[in-house]
Design a binder for this molecule. Sequence first.
Ligand code: NAP
Length: 245
Amino acid sequence: MGMSGRTALVTGATAGIGRVVAMQLAREGAHVVVHGRDAERGATVVKEIQAVGGTAQFVQADLADAEDVQRLADVAGDVDVLVNNAGIYKFLPTKDMSADLFDLHMDLNTKAPYLLVRALAPGMAERGHGSIVNISTLAAAVPTAGTGMYAASKAALEQLTQVWAAEYAKDGVRVNTVAPGPTRTPGTDAMDPATLQAVADTTAMRRIAEPEEVAEAVVFLASDRASYITGALLEVAGGRPAIGG
Ligand code: NAP
């Protein structure tokens, strides 16, 4: 129970990768602030955590709204671990992307993590410890037609991660990135299965990940087991093709 006495805020914990991260952090002993928009699914995750002996609370907020992001930070209070997981991904050629969709990617994938770090990292620094894990994507490192807006919003997050690592290292706050490859979640279940498998085929392992496999890496970086790791990017993506041959 390496995280007992710690509080962890996981954004987008009502589904997919975030839900499993929340469960695994709770199993490690952390009190988990489960964030999302869907109150019913939020209550279910809280119950699932309580059923395995953990503690959790649900906080509803729309991260596309800067005021709601601030309210989430205020309600979450003194968190020791922040996992910036909530995100959206739409894959379309640039000519078919609307300005509104551009704003939504930036607001959710880049600006909301920025505002949460701005609000919560100073408290971590004051207390002398904290760990922030930002969820990016393999797509940020592999330029692919149709992924532009999503990849750009996450590449910005990766850059910010390194800036924050530099800003907060002296205060005992570590900031790292996990970059998953294609992972089975409600979000990807809504995609054309052939498209998702085509992405998986670009990895050395040629398979889609389970969210548990991504969550293991997130929880490791969030924990003291990663005490000398900051500013790192951990790909959980089945290997680049050059590795698998
Ligand atoms: P998902 O199944 O679509 O779940 C998304 C989560 O984000 C839900 O909990 C959702 O909450 C929350 N969310 C979405 N829009 C929100 C908003 N406006 N305000 C607040 N919360 C919002 O996603 P996922 O596939 O698990 O992906 C999680 C993260 O991993 C994302 O950052 C994604 O970019 C990244 N990633 C995923 C994959 C993959 O293949 N799945 C690969 C690489 C990276 P509600 O439903 O309650 O609103």
